[in-house]
Design a protein around this ligand. Structure first.
Ligand code: 5AD
Ligand code: SF4
Length: 349
């Protein structure tokens, strides 16, 4: 697909035309990855972050947030809960830190979770930019997927959204290293950032394709009131961001038919049915939060985060119901690697 065509699809407004785009993407999904949804339980390890992204609620300079870090025991308990409930894998996510104490603690947690589940629980990390050595250490310890969003592939927009010591090139380098090490590598962008155009978003999709990415997690930009970007609160149209995000999912599915695409929680922050809408537009992964409720309120990257008071058991039965209503199945006890990654790995052997 050419960039011009992507921009045209992103600008569709007429409801019938938009519906037909989603139907096309959904049919492609059924043919390639099927109608199974895979769960990745998210453990929100810590809201301590050394970075200061202008849009994010847990940025370093937000002093209204009380900071926490889970103990190893708590992370392991959450991981075992996921395993016992037949979630194929967990994602350990956190604000970015590079200190040795953090690196070692994460390594210990990965090893223990692997040992306690006889290697069966899949472990994905979403812990920001790290050195090659750290990525390697965690890989050797047993993590096999890594999520690192590029946020936007447009250098000017990137620098409007981040302080000057945050570097898009460094992030690209990290993505390259992750792939070289052998991680299933995921990335994504925020959709509807102030100043973002349809042309930027089309370039983002082409980047996913050209970088040959295995997994995508992208979602609408949502205001957080304690951030510098809250100054755009009257300009951001959340409903529009939701619709645009669904189109991004659908077009990405058409262009990269066999990858894993997440229907992200931010969709649900805008519309209670947001994640089901994402699945119907071509996504096939859901990432239920499995963090203990005592921490959930402190891990708010954006306003309106859903499920703050529901514990993991409640989230599980709620999701089962929601997925059944749209006629999909849950891929319990499976890692749910994308056929794309499996193909890429076999090419190498
Ligand atoms: N709205 C939507 N997504 C956000 N993220 C951070 N802040 C926001 C926000 N205000 C996303 C970023 C980051 C991921 C963990 O959360 O894309 O990579
Ligand atoms: Fe930290 Fe990530 Fe938020 Fe940036 S987006 S402030 S790196 S948690």
């Amino acid at each position: 697909m050419k960039k011009k065509e992507i921009v045209e699809l992103l600008s569709l407004k007429e409801p019938e035309a938009v519906r037909s785009l989603y139907e096309r993407a959904y049919a492609t999904k059924l043919k390639t990855v099927g109608n199974k949804v895979y769960f990745r339980g998210i453990i929100e390890y810590s809201n301590i972050c050394t970075k200061n992204c202008y849009y994010c609620g847990i940025r370093r300079e937000n002093q209204k947030n009380s900071r926490y870090e889970m103990s190893s025991k708590e992370v392991i308990e959450a991981g075992l809960w996921a395993f016992e409930n037949r979630y194929g894998s967990v994602v350990i996510q956190s604000g970015e830190r590079n200190d040795k104490q953090f690196v070692d603690k994460i390594k210990g947690i990965i090893k223990e979770l692997k040992t306690l589940t006889s290697g069966k629980l899949g472990i994905t990390l979403s812990l920001g930019e790290q050195s090659r050595e750290v990525f390697e250490e965690w890989y050797v310890a047993g993590a096999h997927r890594y999520l690192l969003r590029i946020e936007t592939t447009n250098p000017e927009l990137y620098s409007k959204c981040h302080p000057s010591d945050h570097s898009m090139l460094k992030r690209l380098d990290c993505l390259r290293i992750l792939k070289e090490i052998g991680y299933q590598t995921g990335t994504g962008v925020m959709i509807g950032l102030p100043g973002q155009t349809l042309s930027h978003l089309a370039d983002d999709i082409l980047f996913f394709r050209d970088f040959d990415i295995d997994m995508i997690g992208m979602g609408p930009y949502v205001i957080h009131q304690e951030t510098p970007f809250s100054r755009y609160k009257d300009k951001v149209d959340h409903e529009e961001n939701l619709q645009l995000s669904l189109k991004m999912i659908a077009i990405t599915r058409l262009i990269m038919p066999d990858i894993n695409i997440a229907s992200t929680t931010a969709l649900q922050a805008i519309n209670p049915q947001g994640r089901e809408m994402g699945l119907k537009a071509g996504a096939n992964i859901i990432m239920p939060v499995i963090t203990d409720i005592k921490y959930r309120k402190s891990y708010q990257l954006y306003n309106n985060k859903p499920c703050l008071d529901e514990n993991s058991d409640m989230c599980k039965s709620c999701l089962e119901g929601r997925i059944a209503t749209i006629g999909e199945e849950i891929g319990y006890s499976e890692w749910g690697d994308s056929p794309h990654f499996t193909g890429r790995k076999n090419d190498k052997v």
